[in-house]
Design a protein around this ligand. Structure first.
Ligand code: NPG
Length: 378
């Protein structure tokens, strides 16, 4: 049986979901997440996707407003063209739209879920995942003071997370890393700068971070500073992990050729979807480069897709995929993600995402439905 992908309708919804505690990075602080969701409908089945954009373009150039505009003006009409033979044809279908990887990825996620529902197979199965459980860590935001940070780290370690990632920025780095390493001599620790440092200005500050025995230092410099990353990596024993820099297979190859990093954080939203994310995984695996799945404070929708991705064999390091209760009072899916003994999340086995979206739990700000026949309904 061949299943063609030709949704009759696409719904976009914006929800506002408060985080259980504020999350601060070098680019800003979030208390409430504004999240754009996508629902696609075909033959009585539905598929859900989550867009990892935020209310403002702080992490990258996209935000909820650009994603909505690009989806409704270009991507949804492209989806309403000829049926797709495979979901993995989506990147080629939308290649005429330059950039906007998060908008493309959100629709692709919904199409994978829809396809999985239609053929009764899980994403793990469709993507060649090999694990039932994926190792997970927790990302700890910038805290107002060191004692409160130590309390947070203690709590997450007691819950069982395998590693702790600390957000750092200039002026909020050595103090934090020294305190956490001092309090937890054996903890698996990483640090993430979200591009807040500059080469060569911050060379000495960064090189002296070798003292903290970090598993990796993530994205110290802006995404396009390839030479800065390569030069720092030559001076640093700690492996550099690239996040924002790796936006495609081409930038991955550049990173590996320049030795600008030794570890890759794969975020499907950043690279335009799960098809490209899997290709990046495949190249890294062939070359022996360890990868892990990054997180963007997703609801259970995006988390389900990311957990399935992280079940692929090359995802060998703890992922930024924490339990639902680390983010939300009540997740919008059933069942929620719970931390398993030893610091793992279980990979869903049901069709598609393998979780059910609870419509009554969605704090919808606005929604709009676009139909193949051209009708638009608010
Ligand atoms: O557990 O989802 C999570 C958070 C992981 O630190 C995390 N994400 O820079 O990787 C990042 C950061 C982030 C969060 C980036 C939100 C963009 C938006």
């Amino acid at each position: 049986m061949t299943v063609r992908i030709a949704p009759e309708a696409v719904e976009l919804l914006l929800i506002r979901l408060p985080l259980v505690e504020p999350f601060e990075t070098s680019f800003g602080r979030t208390d409430v997440r504004e999240i754009l969701l996508v629902r696609v409908l075909q033959d009585g089945c539905e598929g859900w996707g989550e867009c990892v954009t935020d209310y403002a373009p702080l992490y990258s150039s996209e935000c909820n407003g650009t994603a909505r505009y690009v989806m409704e003006t270009f991507l949804i009409p492209a989806l309403f063209g000829d049926p797709l033979r495979r979901v993995s044809d989506w990147p080629r279908r939308v290649a005429f739209v330059k950039g906007h990887p998060m908008a493309k990825a959100a629709l692709e996620m919904a199409l994978w879920d829809l396809y999985g529902q239609m053929v009764g197979r899980s994403l793990r199965d469709l993507w060649g995942g090999t694990k039932d459980l994926v190792p997970v860590g927790v990302s700890v935001g910038i805290h107002p003071d060191v004692p409160s940070l130590l309390r947070t780290v203690e709590r997450y370690r007691a819950e069982g997370y395998q590693r702790v990632k600390l957000k750092i920025k200039p002026g909020r780095d050595h103090e934090v890393l020294a305190a956490v390493r001092g309090a937890f001599p054996d903890a698996l620790l990483t640090a993430d700068a979200n591009a807040a440092y500059r080469w060569p200005r911050d060379r000495a500050v960064l090189v002296s971070m070798d003292a903290y025995r970090l598993q990796m230092l993530e994205q110290p410099f802006p995404p396009d500073d390839w030479l800065g990353h390569a030069r720092l990596q030559r001076a640093l024993q700690t492996p550099i992990c690239l996040d924002e820099s790796v936006t495609s297979l081409a930038t991955l190859r550049l990173a590996l050729r320049l030795r600008a990093g030794q570890v890759i954080n794969i975020k499907p939203g950043r690279v335009g979807g799960y098809t490209v994310a899997r290709r990046i995984h495949d190249v890294c695996r062939r070359r022996g480069v360890p990868v892990w799945c990054g997180g963007m404070l997703e609801t259970g929708i995006g988390r389900a897709a990311n957990v399935a991705l992280a079940s692929l064999p090359g995802f060998v390091l703890p992922n930024d995929l924490s339990a639902s209760r680390r983010y939300w009072v009540e997740d919008i899916v059933e069942p929620p993600f719970e931390l398993q003994p030893g610091g793992y999340l279980a990979v869903p086995t049901g069709p598609g995402l393998g979780v059910r979206v609870v419509r009554t739990r969605l704090p919808v700000q606005w929604s709009q439905t676009y139909r193949r026949d051209g009708e638009i309904r608010k």
